[in-house]
Ligand binder design. Sequence first.
Ligand code: GLN
Length: 484
Amino acid sequence: MLHKLTAHELHKKLMNKEVSAVELCKNVFERIGVVEEKVKAYLSLTEEPALSMANEVDEKIKAGNDISHLSGIPTAIKDNMCTKGVKTTCASKILENFIPSYSSTAVKRLFNEDIVMLGKTNMDEFAMGSSTENSAFWITSNPWNLKTVPGGSSGGSAAAVAADEAVFALGSDTGGSIRQPASLCGVVGMKPTYGLVPRYGLIAFASSLDQIGPITKDVTDCALILNAICGKDLMDSTSLDTEIPDYTRALTADIKGLKIGVPKEFMGEGIDAKVKKLVNDALKIFEKMGAVIEEVSLPHVDAALSAYYLIAPAEASSNLARFDGVRYGHRTKQKVENMVDMYSKTRAEGFGDEVKRRIMLGTYALSAGYYEAYYNQAQKVRTLIVDDFNRVFEKYDVLVSPTSPTVAFKVGEKFENPLKMYMSDICTIPANLAGIPGISIPCGLADGLPVGLQIMGKTLDEMTVLRTAYAFEQEFGFKEKPAL
Ligand code: GLN
Protein backbone atom coordinates (compact mmCIF):
# COMPACT_ATOMS: atom_id res chain seq x y z
CA MET A 1 0.00 0.00 0.00
CA LEU A 2 3.05 2.26 0.15
CA HIS A 3 2.49 3.27 -3.46
CA LYS A 4 -0.75 5.00 -2.45
CA LEU A 5 1.00 7.52 -0.19
CA THR A 6 2.21 11.04 -0.92
CA ALA A 7 5.83 12.16 -0.92
CA HIS A 8 5.49 13.96 2.40
CA GLU A 9 3.91 10.89 4.05
CA LEU A 10 6.62 8.64 2.65
CA HIS A 11 9.36 11.02 3.75
CA LYS A 12 8.25 10.55 7.36
CA LYS A 13 8.27 6.79 6.99
CA LEU A 14 11.77 6.86 5.50
CA MET A 15 13.03 9.12 8.28
CA ASN A 16 11.48 6.91 11.00
CA LYS A 17 13.02 3.89 9.29
CA GLU A 18 9.54 2.32 9.04
CA VAL A 19 10.37 1.56 5.44
CA SER A 20 13.51 1.62 3.31
CA ALA A 21 13.84 3.39 -0.01
CA VAL A 22 14.53 0.04 -1.69
CA GLU A 23 11.35 -1.48 -0.24
CA LEU A 24 9.42 1.55 -1.41
CA CYS A 25 10.90 1.37 -4.89
CA LYS A 26 10.12 -2.35 -5.16
CA ASN A 27 6.60 -1.73 -3.96
CA VAL A 28 5.94 0.84 -6.69
CA PHE A 29 7.43 -1.45 -9.35
CA GLU A 30 5.09 -4.21 -8.11
CA ARG A 31 2.20 -1.82 -8.55
CA ILE A 32 3.46 -1.00 -12.05
CA GLY A 33 3.60 -4.74 -12.73
CA VAL A 34 -0.07 -5.06 -11.84
CA VAL A 35 -1.64 -2.08 -13.60
CA GLU A 36 0.72 -0.88 -16.31
CA GLU A 37 -0.57 -3.41 -18.80
CA LYS A 38 -3.93 -1.63 -18.66
CA VAL A 39 -2.80 1.98 -18.25
CA LYS A 40 0.38 2.11 -20.39
CA ALA A 41 1.58 5.30 -18.76
CA TYR A 42 5.27 4.67 -19.36
CA LEU A 43 7.32 4.62 -22.53
CA SER A 44 10.29 3.19 -20.70
CA LEU A 45 11.04 1.88 -17.22
CA THR A 46 14.43 2.09 -15.53
CA GLU A 47 14.13 -0.44 -12.73
CA GLU A 48 17.78 -1.29 -12.25
CA PRO A 49 19.12 2.27 -11.89
CA ALA A 50 16.06 3.07 -9.76
CA LEU A 51 16.93 0.36 -7.27
CA SER A 52 20.53 1.45 -7.10
CA MET A 53 19.44 5.07 -6.53
CA ALA A 54 17.14 3.84 -3.74
CA ASN A 55 19.98 1.87 -2.26
CA GLU A 56 22.14 4.99 -2.12
CA VAL A 57 19.39 6.78 -0.20
CA ASP A 58 19.23 3.90 2.28
CA GLU A 59 22.98 4.11 2.77
CA LYS A 60 22.67 7.81 3.56
CA ILE A 61 19.91 7.15 6.07
CA LYS A 62 21.90 4.35 7.65
CA ALA A 63 24.92 6.61 7.97
CA GLY A 64 22.74 9.09 9.83
CA ASN A 65 23.03 11.73 7.10
CA ASP A 66 20.30 14.30 6.52
CA ILE A 67 18.06 13.50 3.60
CA SER A 68 15.91 15.89 1.62
CA HIS A 69 12.11 15.84 1.52
CA LEU A 70 12.20 14.11 -1.84
CA SER A 71 14.99 11.60 -1.17
CA GLY A 72 14.02 8.11 -2.19
CA ILE A 73 10.66 9.19 -3.63
CA PRO A 74 9.69 7.20 -6.76
CA THR A 75 9.21 9.66 -9.60
CA ALA A 76 8.09 9.59 -13.23
CA ILE A 77 9.46 12.02 -15.84
CA LYS A 78 7.70 13.08 -19.02
CA ASP A 79 9.63 11.84 -22.03
CA ASN A 80 10.35 15.31 -23.40
CA MET A 81 12.86 16.05 -20.65
CA CYS A 82 16.40 14.95 -21.34
CA THR A 83 17.71 12.31 -18.96
CA LYS A 84 21.41 11.50 -19.23
CA GLY A 85 21.96 7.99 -20.53
CA VAL A 86 18.21 7.24 -20.62
CA LYS A 87 16.28 7.24 -23.88
CA THR A 88 14.25 10.42 -24.43
CA THR A 89 11.86 10.11 -27.34
CA CYS A 90 9.31 12.93 -27.05
CA ALA A 91 6.96 10.10 -28.11
CA SER A 92 8.24 10.61 -31.65
CA LYS A 93 9.74 8.23 -34.19
CA ILE A 94 12.27 10.91 -35.05
CA LEU A 95 13.82 10.55 -31.58
CA GLU A 96 13.05 6.86 -31.12
CA ASN A 97 16.65 5.97 -30.29
CA PHE A 98 17.86 9.26 -28.86
CA ILE A 99 19.94 8.92 -25.69
CA PRO A 100 20.85 12.36 -24.32
CA SER A 101 24.32 13.05 -22.99
CA TYR A 102 22.97 15.39 -20.31
CA SER A 103 19.94 15.82 -18.04
CA SER A 104 17.56 18.74 -18.14
CA THR A 105 17.96 21.22 -15.29
CA ALA A 106 14.64 20.32 -13.63
CA VAL A 107 15.51 16.62 -13.65
CA LYS A 108 19.03 17.31 -12.46
CA ARG A 109 17.66 19.33 -9.56
CA LEU A 110 15.44 16.39 -8.60
CA PHE A 111 18.43 14.05 -8.82
CA ASN A 112 20.28 16.42 -6.50
CA GLU A 113 17.46 15.76 -4.01
CA ASP A 114 18.03 12.02 -4.49
CA ILE A 115 14.71 11.19 -6.08
CA VAL A 116 14.35 7.71 -7.56
CA MET A 117 13.46 7.90 -11.26
CA LEU A 118 11.18 5.05 -12.31
CA GLY A 119 10.99 5.77 -16.01
CA LYS A 120 9.81 8.11 -18.75
CA THR A 121 6.15 8.71 -19.42
CA ASN A 122 4.06 8.70 -22.57
CA MET A 123 2.85 11.95 -24.11
CA ASP A 124 1.49 13.45 -27.29
CA GLU A 125 4.32 13.63 -29.81
CA PHE A 126 6.38 16.78 -29.07
CA ALA A 127 3.69 17.72 -26.52
CA MET A 128 1.19 18.55 -29.26
CA GLY A 129 -2.21 17.33 -28.20
CA SER A 130 -4.73 16.97 -25.41
CA SER A 131 -5.26 13.22 -25.16
CA THR A 132 -1.87 11.43 -25.48
CA GLU A 133 -3.33 9.78 -28.59
CA ASN A 134 -0.70 11.56 -30.70
CA SER A 135 2.08 9.41 -29.24
CA ALA A 136 3.93 7.61 -32.02
CA PHE A 137 4.10 4.48 -29.85
CA TRP A 138 0.84 3.73 -28.05
CA ILE A 139 -2.03 5.36 -26.29
CA THR A 140 -2.32 5.69 -22.52
CA SER A 141 -5.61 4.94 -20.78
CA ASN A 142 -7.25 6.99 -18.08
CA PRO A 143 -7.08 4.92 -14.87
CA TRP A 144 -10.63 6.00 -13.96
CA ASN A 145 -12.08 4.46 -17.09
CA LEU A 146 -9.75 2.64 -19.45
CA LYS A 147 -11.91 3.50 -22.44
CA THR A 148 -11.27 7.21 -21.93
CA VAL A 149 -8.18 9.33 -22.53
CA PRO A 150 -5.98 10.61 -19.70
CA GLY A 151 -5.76 14.05 -21.31
CA GLY A 152 -2.55 15.43 -22.68
CA SER A 153 0.00 16.09 -23.55
CA SER A 154 1.40 14.95 -20.15
CA GLY A 155 -1.14 12.09 -20.10
CA GLY A 156 1.39 9.44 -19.13
CA SER A 157 2.60 11.47 -16.16
CA ALA A 158 -0.93 12.19 -14.90
CA ALA A 159 -2.09 8.59 -15.43
CA ALA A 160 0.99 7.23 -13.64
CA VAL A 161 0.29 9.37 -10.57
CA ALA A 162 -3.47 8.64 -10.61
CA ALA A 163 -2.83 4.89 -10.88
CA ASP A 164 -0.22 5.00 -8.07
CA GLU A 165 2.47 3.96 -10.52
CA ALA A 166 4.53 6.93 -9.34
CA VAL A 167 4.36 9.10 -6.24
CA PHE A 168 4.70 12.21 -8.35
CA ALA A 169 5.71 13.17 -11.88
CA LEU A 170 7.04 16.05 -13.90
CA GLY A 171 5.05 17.32 -16.85
CA SER A 172 5.30 20.26 -19.22
CA ASP A 173 2.59 22.76 -20.05
CA THR A 174 2.51 24.88 -23.22
CA GLY A 175 -1.24 25.38 -23.42
CA GLY A 176 -2.53 23.21 -20.58
CA SER A 177 -0.57 19.98 -20.82
CA ILE A 178 -0.03 19.67 -17.07
CA ARG A 179 -3.34 21.04 -15.83
CA GLN A 180 -5.72 19.39 -18.30
CA PRO A 181 -4.44 15.80 -17.82
CA ALA A 182 -4.27 16.40 -14.04
CA SER A 183 -7.90 17.45 -14.23
CA LEU A 184 -8.96 14.42 -16.27
CA CYS A 185 -7.05 12.02 -14.00
CA GLY A 186 -8.12 13.49 -10.63
CA VAL A 187 -4.68 14.63 -9.47
CA VAL A 188 -2.96 17.97 -8.77
CA GLY A 189 -1.01 19.64 -11.58
CA MET A 190 0.66 23.03 -11.60
CA LYS A 191 2.09 25.25 -14.29
CA PRO A 192 4.32 27.82 -12.58
CA THR A 193 4.96 31.35 -13.87
CA TYR A 194 6.75 31.28 -17.23
CA GLY A 195 10.50 31.19 -16.59
CA LEU A 196 10.34 30.02 -12.99
CA VAL A 197 11.44 26.47 -13.81
CA PRO A 198 14.34 26.41 -16.27
CA ARG A 199 13.65 24.89 -19.68
CA TYR A 200 17.22 23.75 -20.30
CA GLY A 201 16.98 20.16 -21.53
CA LEU A 202 13.23 20.32 -22.11
CA ILE A 203 12.78 19.50 -25.80
CA ALA A 204 11.25 22.72 -27.10
CA PHE A 205 7.74 22.92 -28.51
CA ALA A 206 6.83 26.63 -28.22
CA SER A 207 9.60 28.35 -26.30
CA SER A 208 7.65 31.41 -25.18
CA LEU A 209 4.95 29.22 -23.64
CA ASP A 210 6.63 25.97 -22.44
CA GLN A 211 6.87 25.49 -18.71
CA ILE A 212 7.79 22.45 -16.59
CA GLY A 213 5.79 21.69 -13.46
CA PRO A 214 4.74 19.00 -10.98
CA ILE A 215 1.90 16.48 -11.13
CA THR A 216 1.20 15.20 -7.62
CA LYS A 217 -1.31 13.52 -5.32
CA ASP A 218 -1.79 16.63 -3.21
CA VAL A 219 -0.96 20.32 -2.88
CA THR A 220 1.71 19.77 -0.21
CA ASP A 221 3.73 17.59 -2.58
CA CYS A 222 3.29 20.20 -5.29
CA ALA A 223 4.88 22.85 -3.03
CA LEU A 224 7.75 20.52 -2.10
CA ILE A 225 8.58 19.86 -5.73
CA LEU A 226 8.42 23.53 -6.67
CA ASN A 227 10.96 24.17 -3.90
CA ALA A 228 13.30 21.76 -5.63
CA ILE A 229 12.95 22.76 -9.28
CA CYS A 230 12.37 26.56 -9.34
CA GLY A 231 15.06 29.19 -9.76
CA LYS A 232 17.53 30.76 -12.16
CA ASP A 233 19.65 28.58 -14.39
CA LEU A 234 22.55 30.04 -16.35
CA MET A 235 21.84 27.56 -19.14
CA ASP A 236 18.41 29.14 -19.80
CA SER A 237 18.43 32.87 -20.49
CA THR A 238 14.65 33.02 -20.12
CA SER A 239 14.72 31.58 -16.61
CA LEU A 240 13.87 34.18 -14.00
CA ASP A 241 16.40 35.53 -11.57
CA THR A 242 14.11 35.89 -8.61
CA GLU A 243 14.19 34.86 -4.99
CA ILE A 244 12.45 31.52 -4.45
CA PRO A 245 10.30 31.44 -1.33
CA ASP A 246 9.71 28.28 0.68
CA TYR A 247 6.46 27.26 -1.01
CA THR A 248 5.41 25.04 1.90
CA ARG A 249 4.84 28.26 3.87
CA ALA A 250 1.78 28.80 1.68
CA LEU A 251 0.10 25.73 3.15
CA THR A 252 -1.92 27.52 5.82
CA ALA A 253 -5.53 26.91 4.73
CA ASP A 254 -6.34 30.51 5.66
CA ILE A 255 -8.15 32.35 2.89
CA LYS A 256 -10.27 34.75 4.92
CA GLY A 257 -10.83 37.91 2.89
CA LEU A 258 -9.21 36.45 -0.24
CA LYS A 259 -10.67 38.05 -3.35
CA ILE A 260 -11.59 35.47 -5.97
CA GLY A 261 -12.61 36.50 -9.48
CA VAL A 262 -14.58 34.11 -11.65
CA PRO A 263 -14.08 35.00 -15.32
CA LYS A 264 -17.46 34.68 -16.99
CA GLU A 265 -15.82 33.70 -20.27
CA PHE A 266 -14.69 30.45 -18.60
CA MET A 267 -18.16 29.53 -17.39
CA GLY A 268 -20.15 30.07 -20.57
CA GLU A 269 -20.85 28.15 -23.72
CA GLY A 270 -18.90 24.97 -24.32
CA ILE A 271 -18.46 24.16 -20.64
CA ASP A 272 -20.27 20.97 -19.66
CA ALA A 273 -23.15 21.59 -17.21
CA LYS A 274 -21.86 18.98 -14.76
CA VAL A 275 -18.42 20.56 -14.74
CA LYS A 276 -19.98 23.97 -14.15
CA LYS A 277 -22.03 22.64 -11.26
CA LEU A 278 -18.98 21.22 -9.45
CA VAL A 279 -17.06 24.47 -9.98
CA ASN A 280 -20.00 26.42 -8.54
CA ASP A 281 -20.09 24.04 -5.56
CA ALA A 282 -16.38 24.70 -5.05
CA LEU A 283 -17.02 28.44 -5.10
CA LYS A 284 -19.55 27.98 -2.28
CA ILE A 285 -16.88 26.21 -0.25
CA PHE A 286 -14.49 29.13 -0.79
CA GLU A 287 -17.22 31.51 0.29
CA LYS A 288 -17.86 29.49 3.44
CA MET A 289 -14.16 29.76 4.24
CA GLY A 290 -14.33 33.55 4.14
CA ALA A 291 -13.29 34.34 0.57
CA VAL A 292 -15.08 37.02 -1.44
CA ILE A 293 -16.29 35.81 -4.83
CA GLU A 294 -17.18 38.05 -7.76
CA GLU A 295 -17.72 37.57 -11.46
CA VAL A 296 -15.10 39.24 -13.65
CA SER A 297 -14.52 39.57 -17.37
CA LEU A 298 -11.48 38.95 -19.55
CA PRO A 299 -12.95 40.30 -22.77
CA HIS A 300 -10.17 39.15 -25.10
CA VAL A 301 -9.78 35.52 -24.00
CA ASP A 302 -12.30 34.51 -26.64
CA ALA A 303 -9.46 35.02 -29.11
CA ALA A 304 -6.90 33.10 -27.01
CA LEU A 305 -7.29 29.80 -28.81
CA SER A 306 -6.85 31.40 -32.23
CA ALA A 307 -3.80 33.36 -31.10
CA TYR A 308 -2.29 30.26 -29.51
CA TYR A 309 -2.73 28.20 -32.67
CA LEU A 310 -0.68 30.75 -34.58
CA ILE A 311 2.00 31.48 -31.98
CA ALA A 312 2.60 27.89 -30.80
CA PRO A 313 2.87 26.36 -34.29
CA ALA A 314 5.04 29.29 -35.45
CA GLU A 315 7.52 28.63 -32.66
CA ALA A 316 7.24 24.87 -33.18
CA SER A 317 8.02 25.13 -36.89
CA SER A 318 11.23 26.91 -36.00
CA ASN A 319 12.14 24.67 -33.03
CA LEU A 320 11.53 21.45 -34.94
CA ALA A 321 13.75 22.49 -37.86
CA ARG A 322 16.67 20.91 -35.97
CA PHE A 323 15.32 17.40 -36.56
CA ASP A 324 16.94 16.90 -39.92
CA GLY A 325 18.52 13.46 -39.63
CA VAL A 326 22.03 14.91 -39.63
CA ARG A 327 23.27 15.12 -36.06
CA TYR A 328 20.95 12.85 -34.10
CA GLY A 329 17.67 11.03 -34.23
CA HIS A 330 16.10 9.13 -37.08
CA ARG A 331 17.55 9.25 -40.60
CA THR A 332 15.78 7.75 -43.58
CA LYS A 333 17.10 4.50 -44.98
CA GLN A 334 15.53 5.21 -48.37
CA LYS A 335 17.74 6.06 -51.30
CA VAL A 336 18.12 9.83 -51.49
CA GLU A 337 18.98 12.17 -54.35
CA ASN A 338 20.56 14.99 -52.37
CA MET A 339 20.57 16.64 -48.95
CA VAL A 340 17.14 18.25 -49.25
CA ASP A 341 15.69 14.93 -50.32
CA MET A 342 17.29 13.33 -47.24
CA TYR A 343 15.76 15.98 -44.96
CA SER A 344 12.38 15.61 -46.50
CA LYS A 345 12.26 11.80 -46.41
CA THR A 346 13.60 11.75 -42.86
CA ARG A 347 11.02 14.23 -41.64
CA ALA A 348 8.18 12.60 -43.57
CA GLU A 349 8.97 9.29 -41.84
CA GLY A 350 9.84 10.70 -38.43
CA PHE A 351 6.99 13.08 -37.65
CA GLY A 352 3.37 12.16 -37.04
CA ASP A 353 0.34 13.88 -38.60
CA GLU A 354 -0.31 16.42 -35.84
CA VAL A 355 3.33 17.52 -35.75
CA LYS A 356 3.32 17.95 -39.52
CA ARG A 357 0.09 19.93 -39.32
CA ARG A 358 1.66 22.29 -36.78
CA ILE A 359 4.87 22.71 -38.79
CA MET A 360 2.87 23.61 -41.90
CA LEU A 361 0.60 25.97 -40.01
CA GLY A 362 3.57 27.66 -38.34
CA THR A 363 5.65 27.95 -41.46
CA TYR A 364 2.69 29.50 -43.24
CA ALA A 365 2.02 31.97 -40.41
CA LEU A 366 5.66 33.09 -40.49
CA SER A 367 6.05 33.32 -44.23
CA ALA A 368 6.67 36.59 -46.05
CA GLY A 369 3.41 38.31 -46.87
CA TYR A 370 1.45 36.48 -44.19
CA TYR A 371 3.60 37.26 -41.18
CA GLU A 372 1.89 40.59 -40.51
CA ALA A 373 -1.58 39.25 -41.04
CA TYR A 374 -1.20 36.18 -38.82
CA TYR A 375 1.78 36.04 -36.49
CA ASN A 376 1.86 39.76 -35.71
CA GLN A 377 -1.89 39.90 -35.15
CA ALA A 378 -1.66 36.95 -32.80
CA GLN A 379 1.07 38.68 -30.80
CA LYS A 380 -1.17 41.74 -30.50
CA VAL A 381 -4.00 39.58 -29.21
CA ARG A 382 -1.58 38.08 -26.73
CA THR A 383 -0.79 41.56 -25.41
CA LEU A 384 -4.50 42.33 -25.05
CA ILE A 385 -4.95 39.14 -23.03
CA VAL A 386 -2.01 40.04 -20.78
CA ASP A 387 -3.66 43.44 -20.23
CA ASP A 388 -6.98 41.77 -19.38
CA PHE A 389 -5.32 39.68 -16.67
CA ASN A 390 -3.37 42.65 -15.30
CA ARG A 391 -6.57 44.62 -15.02
CA VAL A 392 -8.47 41.99 -13.01
CA PHE A 393 -5.45 41.20 -10.86
CA GLU A 394 -5.46 44.82 -9.66
CA LYS A 395 -8.60 43.92 -7.75
CA TYR A 396 -8.50 40.14 -7.27
CA ASP A 397 -5.97 37.79 -5.68
CA VAL A 398 -6.78 34.72 -7.77
CA LEU A 399 -9.08 33.65 -10.59
CA VAL A 400 -11.03 30.40 -10.42
CA SER A 401 -12.48 28.42 -13.34
CA PRO A 402 -12.89 24.89 -14.64
CA THR A 403 -9.60 23.41 -15.88
CA SER A 404 -11.17 21.47 -18.72
CA PRO A 405 -14.55 22.09 -20.33
CA THR A 406 -15.39 18.36 -20.06
CA VAL A 407 -14.44 15.25 -18.13
CA ALA A 408 -12.25 12.62 -19.82
CA PHE A 409 -13.57 11.83 -23.29
CA LYS A 410 -13.58 8.47 -25.07
CA VAL A 411 -10.50 7.24 -26.89
CA GLY A 412 -10.97 8.18 -30.55
CA GLU A 413 -13.79 10.64 -29.87
CA LYS A 414 -11.88 13.78 -30.90
CA PHE A 415 -8.94 12.24 -32.69
CA GLU A 416 -10.19 12.86 -36.22
CA ASN A 417 -11.29 16.40 -35.47
CA PRO A 418 -8.34 18.62 -34.49
CA LEU A 419 -10.56 21.63 -33.83
CA LYS A 420 -12.62 19.73 -31.27
CA MET A 421 -9.41 18.50 -29.67
CA TYR A 422 -8.00 22.05 -29.55
CA MET A 423 -11.12 23.16 -27.67
CA SER A 424 -10.03 21.00 -24.71
CA ASP A 425 -7.63 23.76 -23.78
CA ILE A 426 -9.89 26.82 -23.88
CA CYS A 427 -9.63 27.27 -20.11
CA THR A 428 -5.89 26.66 -19.79
CA ILE A 429 -4.32 28.41 -22.81
CA PRO A 430 -4.92 32.00 -21.56
CA ALA A 431 -2.59 31.45 -18.56
CA ASN A 432 0.20 30.33 -20.91
CA LEU A 433 -0.26 33.33 -23.17
CA ALA A 434 -0.08 35.60 -20.12
CA GLY A 435 2.74 33.63 -18.46
CA ILE A 436 0.88 33.43 -15.14
CA PRO A 437 0.76 30.46 -12.74
CA GLY A 438 -2.17 28.04 -12.69
CA ILE A 439 -2.98 24.90 -10.76
CA SER A 440 -5.61 22.22 -11.26
CA ILE A 441 -6.99 20.38 -8.24
CA PRO A 442 -9.78 17.80 -8.14
CA CYS A 443 -13.21 19.17 -7.13
CA GLY A 444 -15.37 16.09 -7.47
CA LEU A 445 -16.61 13.41 -9.83
CA ALA A 446 -19.15 13.69 -12.63
CA ASP A 447 -20.42 10.33 -13.90
CA GLY A 448 -17.54 8.68 -12.07
CA LEU A 449 -14.88 10.81 -13.78
CA PRO A 450 -12.81 13.55 -12.10
CA VAL A 451 -13.42 17.26 -12.59
CA GLY A 452 -10.60 19.76 -12.04
CA LEU A 453 -10.77 23.24 -10.60
CA GLN A 454 -8.29 25.74 -12.00
CA ILE A 455 -6.82 28.49 -9.81
CA MET A 456 -4.77 31.15 -11.61
CA GLY A 457 -2.63 33.77 -9.90
CA LYS A 458 -0.54 36.85 -10.54
CA THR A 459 2.90 36.53 -12.10
CA LEU A 460 5.23 34.95 -9.52
CA ASP A 461 2.47 34.70 -6.93
CA GLU A 462 2.61 30.91 -6.66
CA MET A 463 2.24 31.37 -2.91
CA THR A 464 -1.35 32.64 -3.13
CA VAL A 465 -2.27 30.03 -5.74
CA LEU A 466 -0.96 27.25 -3.48
CA ARG A 467 -2.61 28.74 -0.38
CA THR A 468 -5.98 28.84 -2.15
CA ALA A 469 -5.56 25.31 -3.50
CA TYR A 470 -4.47 23.95 -0.13
CA ALA A 471 -7.40 25.60 1.65
CA PHE A 472 -9.82 24.00 -0.79
CA GLU A 473 -8.14 20.63 -0.57
CA GLN A 474 -8.30 20.62 3.24
CA GLU A 475 -11.95 21.61 3.30
CA PHE A 476 -13.14 19.49 0.40
CA GLY A 477 -11.02 16.39 1.03
CA PHE A 478 -11.15 14.59 -2.34
CA LYS A 479 -10.28 11.01 -1.35
CA GLU A 480 -11.68 9.03 -4.27
CA LYS A 481 -9.35 6.74 -6.18
CA PRO A 482 -9.79 4.94 -9.48
CA ALA A 483 -10.82 1.30 -9.03
CA LEU A 484 -8.02 -0.38 -10.92
N1 GLN B 1 -3.14 20.78 -26.21
C1 GLN B 1 -2.36 21.94 -26.50
C2 GLN B 1 -1.65 21.73 -27.82
O1 GLN B 1 -1.89 20.78 -28.43
C3 GLN B 1 -1.40 22.20 -25.40
C4 GLN B 1 -0.28 21.26 -25.39
C5 GLN B 1 0.71 21.54 -24.31
O2 GLN B 1 0.43 22.25 -23.34
N2 GLN B 1 1.91 21.04 -24.51
O3 GLN B 1 -0.86 22.50 -28.23
